[in-house]
Each structure stands twice: as C-alpha cells, then as structure tokens.
Design a protein around this ligand. Sequence first.
Ligand code: NAP
Length: 340
Amino acid sequence: MSIWVLGATGRVGRAVTARLREHETVPVGRNLRDGTGIVADGADRIAAAIKAQRPKVVVNTIGDYAETAPVIARACLEAGAHYVDQANDLASVPRLLGLHDEAVAAGGTLVTGAGFGVLATEAVVAKLCEGRPTPARIRVDALASVAVEEGLLGTALAASLVEGLTTGGRRYRNGKLTKSRIGAGATTIVLPDGDRVTAAEGPSAELLAAHNASGAPEIVATNAMLPASPAARAALPVVKLLLSPQPVRRFAIKNMAAIKGKDAPRPRRHSWGHAIVTWPDGTTHEGWLKAGDGMDFTAAVSAEVAARLVRGEGKPGAYTPAAAFGPGLALAAGGEFLLS
Ligand SMILES: NC(=O)c1ccc[n+]([C@@H]2O[C@H](COP(=O)([O-])OP(=O)(O)OC[C@H]3O[C@@H](n4cnc5c(N)ncnc54)[C@H](OP(=O)(O)O)[C@@H]3O)[C@@H](O)[C@H]2O)c1
C-alpha cells in the first residue's frame, strides 16, 4: 500500500514524507543521494515507473504542473493509483479537473490544489455557503506567511511564479472567468490576530474553487505574495508581457530557480485564508481559516489527502481538496475556522 512522493528531496516533498512516517512511503526524485527510492527525471519517466510498479497513491511535488500533472495523473489512473498535487494556477488546475470523467471511468481519485492554496480559501467559502442559496459576490484573500529556507529557489517554485505572472489578472464577472489587471484592488487587511498585510488581485485557482463551491457569478481573489509597493505592482503587466514568449519563460524559470535565499522567519504569526460572501439580499458573512506557516500547512494538507486516499476514502473523479473531502479537511490539516 505504498505512497510515492515525487520530488522527495524538495521542501514540500520532505515535509510530506515526514508527516507520512506511519505509512509505507517511497521517495522518487532525480537527485536521490542515499540509495533508497526511485530515481527518475521528468514526467514521462516517472509515468513509466508508476505504470510498471503500481503504487497506491502518488503525491506530485515536482511542480511545473501544467506539464507534469496530466501525464502523471493519467499514469496513475492506468495503474489503479490515486493522485495528489499542490498546483494553484489557472493553467494546471483546470487541466487536471478536466480529467474528471477519465478518473470516474477508471475509479481513481485525483486531487489538485492540496495546499494552503487552494484549500485555505476554498474551505472558508464552502463553510460559509453550507446550506445557503447561491451568493451574488465573493471576495477571497489567500494570506500565507511562509519562512524562507536557505538554498536555491528551485525550478518548481520558479515555474509556479512565472506561470502566475504570465497568466495575468483574472476574476469572475457575470459567471465567466475574465481578464483583469494583475495587482489590482490592493488593500491592507487587518488580520484577526492584529497583524496587517497588503494583498492584491492575482490569478489563482482559488477563483475556480470558490466558483465551484458557491456558483457565485462575481468573484475576486487576492493574495499576499504579489509585491507590496505600488510601483512594483504597476510594473506587473509589463513583466507579464516580457515573460510571455516561451523561450523567455524558460530562460526566466532557469534564472529564477538559481536565486539563493537566506533563512528568514515567517513574516507574520499566522497564515490566513479569508472570504467575504454576499447574497443577493445584501446579507454578508465573513470567515477566516487560521493556520501556522503556509508551507507546513501545505505539507499537512497533502499528507492528510494521501493518507485518506490510501485508506480508500476518496470518491472517483478529479477535485480540489474541499470538493473531495469537505471543508473539515482544513481542520484535519491543523487549521481553525473563525466564522461570522
Ligand atoms: N499550493 C500551495 O499553497 C503551495 C505551497 C507550496 C508549494 N507549492 C508548489 O509545490 C511545488 C513544490 O514546491 P517546493 O517548494 O517543494 O519545490 P522544491 O523545493 O524546488 O522541490 C521540487 C522537487 O521536485 C524535484 N523535481 C523538479 N523537477 C523535476 C523533474 N523534472 N523530475 C524529477 N524531479 C523533479 C526537485 O528535484 P531537484 O532537487 O533535483 O531540483 C525537488 O526535489 C511547487 O510547484 C510550488 O509552487 C504550492
């Protein structure tokens, strides 16, 4: 009943493996040093190994999900395995959710967005909308606080950042995902613990998850990861334009991956998922999900999903995490709801 952790030497991969120590886990990576596990580089080789060795669950932390996730998820379905990843961009998540019918036919479960993003805001929206009619408007804010680990940024994270920047801004208008200005709507948010954080609109799969959880026609999603200064935010559309051609993107990912970070504590005490939901009659409810370090929460979510899948608790299909297991998954991963 093995759980494979792809990208086992990476930050999320190591943390997920540590949380799954009561299970039989197999590290998979391209640079495994201690002689254990499966050495495989790239989605195609990993997919071939999955089909040959048929694990029970695969946790994909290698990133570049728009490219790697469909190949690896399809191999899982062929091998009778379930699949989990931490994608949170609007290229990868819809692609993975697009495999729903294939997953149902194969009897496999695919969970994407199994991290702070998507779950921290999805869980609050799902909780606030439980037993209520379709809302008119939603605003979600993903306010992660993450400690920096000394070392290289890495290709996985660099690819996610470039993917976000090149997608450009998005929001739901009249029920449709439409373009908006990346970095728009910058606001300073006072958190329930008294800390403050600036967040601005960015493209993330949290939009999609909030839409699927609520049916609301108007949705805005902000996050705290975009640069805080107005000048930097004004430059974001230019950065998007410059990074758009494929060779430039590859160059940017390679160079960003080599950026060295120094150890730094997380900037705020807690990470927060936040949602404000407004119904057509003007009724408004607000909710928060409180978590610790955003990376730790991400690892906890993926490990919890993998553990549930290995126990056979998943339903066939492709889902975001709260759609697969309900908003209570966020509590099982160590979060706490504050609802009004
Ligand atoms: N949803 C969320 O809230 C959330 C939170 C955190 C992270 N994430 C995402 O999760 C992913 C992992 O993040 P991370 O910080 O753990 O990244 P990381 O530290 O760079 O780890 C990535 C791992 O994948 C391996 N890898 C990369 N490309 C590979 C390939 N082609 N074949 C085989 N192995 C490969 C790396 O190996 P090497 O060491 O050899 O490079 C490394 O072990 C990123 O996409 C990140 O954006 C999402």
